[in-house]
Design a protein around this ligand. Structure first.
Ligand SMILES: Cc1ncc(COP(=O)(O)O)c(C=O)c1O
Length: 431
């Protein structure tokens, strides 16, 4: 519910927010800087939909950037969280929920022996890199241009998502010494590695430069290159984990990394992440080993309850369903937008759907940037929002059809896209 004494409009709330929150948003990806206008301020969500302070309903393709899989306010989650909250919200002592969630993760992801729970994907990736450095005794980290691994200093180079949307080469405030050992290389090409490399961190399906799937053999070749150099392979499955399937991208690709980063789906929409991997590697962590990592709210009982509820509710058949919905969305969007005379590509990898305007193939960040430079996204986004469909307000994000999106919801998105593409095509674009 909006505060009844508050402004009745999105513009009013945004104005008020800007006084007390830098840029009016708590995460830059929520800003409308790249698409124009003011953000819709959400008061509630139900299933596939969200409602803003003006009472407008949107089909929500954002779904908390992939943290929500069952749809908003799913009773399985809300009841689990309410039950947990009634027992206490945080203790600073071990709880059964942490153990159960760790078992649920390790039971689903082949090769992942142990996980430690944290509170965000950023923490997960930051900690995985520290473990890799501590285990190997090496400093260098190789990451891929356009992949995003959260906002830890070491990994804020060549970042996708909001970093890309705002056109930042990295981030001010990150000293050059913090990224001196970070090497950024193009996605879908296997880098040369040597004995200085602690780890290679990769989104096994890149979903922060739009949607870019791994080229056939890319992940396997990375595995071999890491083995040859004695470096660890880290899969950042914050988006793909428990969304591509119960075992995520590693199970689907058959490539087993040494370390994983998780977040989003496994927290059921609450603040939770995890890093995990081989038992011998994780043995370097304190208290048993010399690599320090900690968190007051790590393994928070509300978050573990939500995560367990989601993982427990999703069946193998649900994943098939999810992929079918994504396929329906992708082919529908492609037909609708191309039918309006606008060149478009709608990549789909399992349940993830991307959107690139133009017809040049997109295989890495450079080609993604070239598509975005055409300027097709902003007018399309605004025209979709007018038609009651909420996409992410940045061209480097992906769509998250979820288990709450019915065929009717997907068809409504496709119908909106036909009109939006026609009206957006009439707007002059850059480039
Ligand atoms: C692949 C990937 N890794 C890490 C992160 C960071 O997660 P968080 O925003 O929970 O810190 C994100 C966030 O979008 C992500 O997509």
């Amino acid at each position: 519910m909006a505060d009844p004494s508050g402004p009745p409009t999105n513009a009013g709330w945004f104005e008020r927010a800007r006084h007390v929150i830098p840029g009016g948003v708590d995460s830059p990806v929520r800003s409308f800087a790249a698409v124009g206008g003011v953000p819709y301020t959400v008061v509630r969500g139900q299933g596939a939909h969200v409602w803003d302070v003006e009472g407008r309903r949107y089909v929500d393709m954002v779904q908390s950037y992939g943290a929500v899989l069952l749809g908003h306010a799913h009773p399985v989650v809300t009841e689990a969280v309410a039950r947990a909250a009634a027992l206490g919200t945080s203790f600073g002592a071990p709880t059964p929920g942490e153990v159960l969630l760790a078992e649920a993760v390790c039971g689903r992801v082949p090769g992942c022996d142990q996980v430690r729970l944290v509170s965000s994907g950023t923490e997960a990736a930051m900690s995985a890199v520290r473990v890799a450095r501590g285990f190997t005794g090496r400093d260098r980290v190789v990451k891929f241009d356009g992949c995003y691994h959260g906002h830890a200093d070491t990994l804020l180079a060549g970042g996708g998502s909001g970093v890309a949307t705002l056109g930042l080469p990295g981030s001010a405030g990150v000293p050059s010494s913090a990224v001196a050992d970070t090497v950024v290389v193009p996605y879908n090409r296997v880098p040369e590695l040597d004995e200085r490399v602690a780890c290679v961190i990769v989104e096994p399906v890149a979903a922060n430069m739009g949607l870019v799937g791994p080229a056939p053999g890319f992940l396997q070749a990375l595995r071999t290159a890491c083995d040859d150099a004695g470096a660890l392979l880290v899969f950042d499955e914050v988006i793909t984990g428990f969304r591509l399937g119960p075992g995520g991208a590693s199970a689907l690709s058959g490539v087993t990394p040494d370390l994983w980063c998780f977040g989003k789906v496994m927290g059921g929409g609450l603040p939770l992440g995890a890093f995990g991997g081989r038992r011998d590697v994780l043995a370097v962590l304190a208290p048993g080993g010399p690599v320090y990592q900690a968190g007051t709210l790590s393994g928070n009982p509300l978050a573990t309850a939500a995560g367990l509820a989601v993982l427990g509710a999703v069946t193998a058949a649900d994943y098939d369903d999810l992929c079918a919905r994504a396929g329906r969305l992708a082919s529908g969007l492609e037909g609708a937008i191309a039918g309006a005379g606008v060149a478009v590509q709608v990549p789909v990898v399992g349940p993830l759907v991307g959107l690139f305007f133009g017809d040049a193939p997109v295989t890495d960040y450079e080609s993604a940037r070239a598509s975005v430079a055409g300027g097709g996204y902003a007018p399309f986004f605004s025209a979709m929002l007018e038609r009651g469909v909420a996409l992410a307000p940045g061209p480097y994000e992906v769509m998250f059809p979820g288990l709450a999106h019915t065929d009717a919801d997907i068809d409504a998105v496709v119908e909106a896209a036909a009109g939006a593409a026609a009206s957006a095509a009439a707007v002059p674009t850059a480039g």
